[in-house]
Design a protein around this ligand. Structure first.
Ligand SMILES: Nc1ncnc2c1ncn2[C@@H]1O[C@H](COP(=O)(O)OP(=O)(O)OP(=O)(O)O)[C@@H](O)[C@H]1O
Ligand SMILES: [Mg+2]
Length: 337
């Protein structure tokens, strides 16, 4: 790792990403890379396409063009030949069914063996459908080899190492703080349903460890001792921190924060800036920030990218961007900025 995080290898590369909503081009052919361990920001006026771009990176919505590569793997792009996939689910079963039919017809197999082949055919069908639902990485990779591509969904992105918080807080309001973090941890737990039901020692140990880690995460974001408070009863700034703790629970490498300082008072904002820096420096996380608060953006970003009407109009260090005439016109020149 070099001194300047911008020189690091990219953890994420988005190429030519576009997203239309009907006639509206919300994101227009945006190239965007995020170097590992960098803090990069995306700014732009209301409606510039920031959240839409985020949602494409997260697999929430499909791009209408372009692709997203995360840690060397193409995760998101326009779907290719997905119709053929369903053919693959039934093809093995159909072939085996036909084969058993032929063998029975020719008198090569009979009685129990025919029944067994029928059963195998059924199992093959169930098996390939299960595979299509669970979609392990090797399955997607094999599909890609034969030219079938389906974009990653948000859960795939979480498993791959992308965490996020929302522009509008979306906590489980009726749960306690620690329960919210534990929910975020579920991709990291290994016990299965049966083990959980039987409360085996392994499951108990795992639950204990999960609670300890959830506690640590609450401490990390500054919510020490508030684990048992209901999420809805926490002050606004704490709810924002809790969202970050929940995102961290899934062990992300890249964290996407959509306007984390929105609605915070100056003290809360300062604490947030310190927390974001700590996440990078202590946990080695890479961070992409959407933020309206220029003090936050200019204070902690290694690089700032400006979107306007879906297009990237500037990119550079905070100093470069601050001086850019197009940015001043589109954004910083606005009275409220
Ligand atoms: N699901 C949708 N259907 C139709 N239009 C949409 C949808 N989502 C976003 N848009 C439009 O796309 C454009 C970009 O919106 P987006 O929410 O990405 O902007 P933003 O930069 O995040 O704005 P803000 O700063 O207000 O959060 C807007 O014109 C918005 O109305
Ligand atoms: Mg937005």
């Amino acid at each position: 790792m070099s001194e300047n995080p911008l020189d690091n290898e990219p953890i994420l590369v988005a190429e030519g990403v576009s997203r239309r909503f009907g006639g509206l081009v919300a994101v227009n052919t945006v190239d965007f890379t995020i170097p590992e361990r960098a803090i990069v920001s995306l700014i732009g006026p209301n409606g510039a396409g920031k959240t839409t771009f985020f949602n494409v990176l997260l697999g929430v919505i499909d791009p209408t063009a372009g692709s997203v590569v995360f840690r060397g793997r193409r995760m998101i792009a326009r779907p290719e030949r997905v119709g053929f996939e369903s053919l693959l689910w039934v093809l093995p079963a159909v072939l085996l069914g036909l084969l058993s039919g032929l063998l029975a017809e020719a008198g090569i197999v009979s009685g129990r063996l025919v029944a067994l082949l029928g059963f195998l055919t059924l199992m093959l069908l169930v098996g390939s459908l299960l595979l299509a639902i669970i979609r392990p990485v090797w399955y997607s990779t094999a599909l890609e080899r034969i030219g079938i591509f389906r974009s990653a969904r948000p859960n795939d992105m979480v498993t791959a190492g992308v965490g996020r918080t929302f522009q509008n807080i979306r906590l489980f309001q009726n749960m306690t703080a620690i329960e919210n973090v534990l929910v975020g941890m579920h991709t990291q737990l290994h016990g299965n349903l049966l083990e959980a039901f039987l409360q085996t020692p392994r499951v108990k140990a795992e639950e204990k460890a999960a609670e300890r880690r959830a506690d640590d995460l609450l401490t990390l974001v500054g919510l020490h001792g508030k684990g048992n408070e209901g999420a809805r009863n926490l002050p606004y700034g704490d709810q924002r921190r809790l969202e970050i703790a929940r995102a961290l629970a899934a062990n992300p490498k890249l964290l996407l924060l959509d306007e984390p300082a929105a609605g915070m008072n100056p003290k809360e904002t300062l604490d947030l800036v310190a927390l974001i820096s700590k996440l990078r420096d202590d946990l080695g996380l890479t961070i992409l920030l959407i933020e309206h608060d220029m003090k936050v953006v200019m204070g902690i970003s290694d690089r700032v990218t400006v979107l306007d009407h879906g297009e990237k109009i500037a990119e550079g260090t905070p100093e470069q961007v601050r001086k850019d005439p197009r940015v001043i016109e589109a954004y910083l020149g606005a009275p409220a900025a």
